[in-house]
Design a protein around this ligand. Structure first.
Ligand code: GLU
Length: 306
């Protein structure tokens, strides 16, 4: 494997992304996110050898949103790698991440763990496995980043809670089909808080390195097996960017997990992780500037899987 100068790559990514910073629209359906200045941008790379390089606002925390779904899934697989697959599928839905339609057709079995109903079921499972789903995710992130201060943004959590009727509808439909273990309001309380954890590009890149290390955490222990890590990366590739996952696979050629606050994480198995953050998202909920950055990252490093 050739040695890549990641510091140079980050500098070149920053140049490539500059004309696109500010593009897109902030996700104001969650009012707390609507306040964020769309002109912000950060990018970071973390390697399995311990290098971390950042550009722009790579140390600025933002709400993790849907990228938390990756950590919730890993924790559920850590506790029992079979139970969840009776409750959630592994297929992209091709529908918006918060659509009720496929859920009705599949009789309450969400298509995959990264659409909102699937993530809510994963959080429900984690709540049953641990008694504190949000706390388990927060502690994992704190341990992997080495930042014991990682916390929930109360304003974002409150606005998720007060405007979360779509997520409530999804969860109650799942419950109606008998696929929820805990009371809906309890599971959603954990889900809204997990989405509101504040984390920077550099921290997120470090936290997700276990996926590049085939399941191995920062302390050398296994969070999940290498086989599960491979499976999670496959799901991130096929389902991680909502109904734009095909286009991301085509253009970036790496597993990518996005969140509506404008973060996108990519994983290069065996090598590194990278995170772009720009709050303006497109109509599918994916950050415009972070997508440009990850395409540039794939092109400059030649690390596409294909
Ligand atoms: N908290 C957001 C929601 O439930 C997460 C969606 C996302 O980031 O895609 O709608």
């Amino acid at each position: 494997m050739s040695k890549i100068n990641y510091r140079n790559v980050v500098a070149q990514v920053m140049t490539a992304v500059r004309p696109h910073i500010g593009a897109g629209k902030v996700a104001d359906y969650i009012p707390g996110l609507g306040e964020v200045d769309p002109g912000r941008f950060g990018f970071a790379v973390a390697t399995v050898d311990g290098e971390v390089h950042g550009g722009g606002e790579s140390a600025t925390p933002f709400a993790i949103e849907s990228i938390s779904k990756l950590f919730a899934l890993a924790l559920v697989l850590h506790h029992d790698d079979r139970a969840i697959w009776k409750r959630v599928g592994r297929e992209p839905t091709g529908d918006p991440f918060n659509s009720l339609i496929p859920l009705q057709l599949s009789r309450g079995i969400p298509g995959n763990p990264f659409v909102n109903p699937g993530a809510i079921v994963v959080t429900d499972q984690l709540l049953s496995d641990t008694g504190d789903a949000y706390g388990a995710i927060r502690e994992l992130l704190r341990a992997e980043t080495g930042n014991p201060q990682l916390h929930v943004d109360a304003v974002t959590a409150h606005s998720e809670e007060t405007t979360g009727n779509r997520d409530r509808s999804l969860a109650y439909l799942v419950a109606d089909f008998g696929n929820m273990i805990n009371p809906v309001h309890e599971t959603l309380d954990h889900y809204f808080r997990q989405c509101s954890i504040m984390i920077s590009c550099e921290e997120l890149a470090r936290a997700a390195l276990f996926q590049a290390r085939h399941g191995v955490r920062a302390d050398g222990s296994y969070l999940i097996s290498a086989e599960d890590a491979r499976g999670v990366n496959a799901l991130v590739l096929t389902c991680g960017t909502y109904n734009e996952a095909g286009d991301f696979a085509y253009r970036v050629g790496l597993p990518c997990k996005s969140g509506v606050s404008g973060g996108i994480l990519t994983i290069v198995p065996g090598r590194c992780t990278a995170v772009g953050w720009g709050p303006g998202v497109n109509e599918k909920g994916n950050s415009v500037s972070a997508a440009v950055a990850l395409r540039a990252f794939g092109r400059l490093t030649g690390l596409s899987l294909f």
